[in-house]
Design a protein around this ligand. Structure first.
Ligand code: FDA
Length: 389
């Protein structure tokens, strides 16, 4: 069988590419349904893009690589598509755009957009070769082996995150086979795990969520933090995890607005008869407030000197700790690293080594922040390749 374009992977990037790659497109995937990560994303409502998309919010060994695709197919282009399909949406927070209804609306929209393309599900990908003009790919579908010849081959099988959902390193393997280098991969947007005394401290607060500034190296995020039985999670932690390397410490500031000291001083004046815990619990979750309050704090706020109030505030800042690790690919939302962008055109996503070979989406060494950035990269890179094919 012969096609113009064979796309490996019917995820976000592969479906978007199929919608723009012209006639003669076959998309194959070993899953039973297309766009499974879209379906489960954003708690079932898909955080499909972010109003604040800019290249600085993506990590890559080459920070300039993502610029071209992101500028040519923007968050507004994708939002326009969502609106043209009559899908209701809302901004949740920090520019994050979600469906009002189900995430499957986005999958249905992409299916409708790529109506001219053929989609083979439950299909295993075997040997891939290039005979100088065309790619030859062995596929197994319903027990039948089929050789497909294609002028263009698009690697869109994503990264290693959530192997239970069918994530594999197929795109990496094929890219390497054709001479591409890989940037070492690691889990991103992932909870931290701790051991020993730090874990005891965190575990005691499991279930508590609070706003925090989380810092690692020179990078900081102000978002919600969640204490867990294994360590730390929540958006602020997922964000910083992409900037964390083994052995690095992270610092939590549980008074991210820096208002607590003034608030405590004002309360001491106005409501001095109250217990310090009563007031502290207006700023922090009760269990966290109780853990931070010094044991020797006087029972009435009026009797707390500046030294005690300073110790309370320090208790909010005194959280520098070194994670033992992360929860790994099992729960990571994305994979950092991947196909080295040096081997790809940033305009077309085409290989510099083998004409007709393309790599898009998460398989490429471009990883976005939490909040719709990774889908936008899938849409933009998928679109860029589709235009070029
Ligand atoms: P994607 O993983 O979507 O697709 C790859 C496809 O290739 C899959 O269909 C897979 O079955 C197929 N495949 C893999 N190996 C294969 C093989 N060997 N043979 C055949 N087929 C193969 N991002 C965001 O912006 N907003 C959000 O709300 C979320 N939420 C979210 C929740 C969860 C739980 C996860 C795990 C991830 C997110 N993400 C997200 C990240 C987002 O899902 C991710 O970045 C994109 O889906 C990447 O799109 P791709 O098309 O590159 O890969």
């Amino acid at each position: 069988m012969e096609v113009q374009t064979l796309i490996l992977g019917a995820g976000a990037a592969g479906l978007m590419c199929a919608a723009h790659a012209g006639p003669g497109v076959l998309v194959v995937d070993h899953a039973k349904s297309p766009g499974e990560k879209i379906r489960i994303s954003g708690g079932g409502r898909c955080n499909f893009t972010n109003m604040g998309v800019e290249p600085e919010r993506f990590l890559s060994a080459n920070p300039h690589f993502a610029k071209s695709a992101l500028h040519r197919y923007t968050q507004w282009d994708f939002l326009g598509l969502v609106q043209a399909h009559g899908i209701a949406w809302h901004e949740k927070t920090l520019g994050q755009l979600f469906c009002d209804g189900k995430a499957t609306q986005i999958v249905d929209m992409l299916r409708a957009e790529m109506a001219g393309a053929e989609l083979w599900l439950g299909t295993e990908v075997g040997e891939v070769t290039h005979d100088g003009t065309r790619f030859r790919v062995m596929l197994t579908r319903a027990g039948q082996r089929v050789e497909v010849k294609a002028k263009s081959l698009v690697l869109a099988t994503g990264g290693l995150s959530i192997p239970k959902m069918g994530a594999t390193g197929l795109a990496y393997r094929i890219a390497q086979q054709f001479g591409h280098a890989l940037v070492p991969t690691r889990p991103g947007l992932v909870p931290f795990t701790f051991t020993g005394t730090p874990l005891d401290r965190l575990k005691a607060l499991a279930g508590v969520a609070t706003p925090a500034r989380v810092t690692c190296g020179g990078t900081a995020f102000d978002e919600a933090l969640l204490f867990t039985h294994r360590g730390l999670s929540g958006p602020a932690i997922l964000q910083i995890s992409s900037y964390w390397a083994e052995g690095d410490s992270v610092t939590l500031d549980l008074d991210p607005g820096g208002q607590l000291l003034n608030a405590l001083k004002a309360a001491r004046k106005a409501e001095g008869r109250k217990a310090p815990l009563t007031h502290l619990a207006q700023h922090l979750p009760q269990r966290l407030a109780a853990a931070i309050l010094p044991e020797d704090a006087p029972p009435r706020l009026a009797d707390c000197g500046d030294a005690v109030l300073n110790r309370i505030v320090e208790g909010c800042r005194d959280w520098t700790m070194t994670p033992a690790g992360t929860e790994g690919y099992r729960t990571a939302e994305v994979t950092l690293g991947g196909i080295d962008t040096d081997g790809l055109s940033s305009k077309t996503m085409e290989s510099r080594h083998v004409p007709g070979l393309y790599a898009i989406g998460e398989a490429v060494d471009v990883t976005g922040w939490l909040g719709g950035y990774n889908f936008q990269w899938a849409w933009s890179s998928g679109w860029a390749a589709g235009q070029a094919i």
